[in-house]
Design a protein around this ligand. Sequence first.
Ligand code: GDP
Length: 369
Amino acid sequence: QQEELYCSGCGVRIQTEDVQKLGYVPASALSRTPLICQRCFRIKNYNESSSITLNQDDFLRLLTHVGSTESLVVNIVDLFDFEGSMISGLARFVGTNPIVLVVNKIDLLPKVTNYNRILNWVQRQVKEAGLRVVEVVLCSAKKNMGFERVIEAIEEHRKGRDIYVVGATNVGKSTLINRLIRDYSDLDAELTTSQYPGTTLDLVRIPMDDGSSIIDTPGIVYKHRMTELVGKKDLMKLMPDKPVKPLVFQLNEKQSIFFGSLMRFDFVQGERQSFTFYVSNALKAHRTKLEKADALYEEHRGVMLTPPSLEELELLPPLTKHTIRVPKGKPMDVSVSGIGWIKANSEAGADLIIHVPKGVKVALRETLI
Ligand code: GDP
């Protein structure tokens, strides 16, 4: 009978079999003292957060105690997948604690962007979603844009309290936390990650110089995000790393555009008008007639229409249709979680069908740009 070992950092049970799972320690490192799991080791030695993930229900359960603490909640969302990365139910668990909404990845917007307009847009969306936030900050954790304001806002609102950092997967939470750790944490401090009772997953508590903590929470997995469905290789293609170059198409009704095999856009009915596509430039657009689109997909999916490759495509749910009526009167966006968004520029209205892998969220919204 093997003795059970526990991480002296977070208290999780040590295992040597699965790198992906909690408590992993390479067998060769079992004799280390104190014995800490790989994750705590990385946080401690490289000041790196490497979050595990949870679905939303488990996440909200894990954080039910937050409402009864005095803390600041820093919610990170991805501007490139705003609808997909907003946490529904956040308002319920934070109680009366203030929320700072950090909107990350603004470096992906086209170079000529009016950030005040974006800020106002986010504020309206947040209000509509019924979320009360004390401040919205736009930033790019990767390109170091707006980060001073993130720090200032946190300083202003936290008043010595602990900071809970929450967000969906891939929004840039680790990138941001690693920056926070550099700014706030005493690198030599003893790691005091602690496991919360009744949960198998823990929160990572990173001590700050003033005695309070940054609490890193698991990233929330949302099945409605394309970024959760595709493989790693395609994910890299899907997530742009440069500002997106908007693609403008003048279209007549009954025309279709494929973006790889991941999205098909049908302009079913309406006056000739222009649509602007804000998607990763790695996704090649392929235009065709609506009547030919089905056959084209059958023949060329995963081959000419990539990404994804044929093998990866087989792992994805089949395409399903979302019928969207853009009302007359003003331009609107159609957002497609993880892929980007399409702006219908005309005021004439349009009937569209968006085909995406089953489950991916498609929504009509006020124009962002
Ligand atoms: P987490 O899953 O929320 O912890 O997200 P990560 O910090 O691991 O980031 C997820 C992906 O988004 C990585 O590929 C990052 O390089 C990328 N990323 C993070 N912050 C930014 C940003 O500000 N701009 C851009 N373009 N990419 C970012």
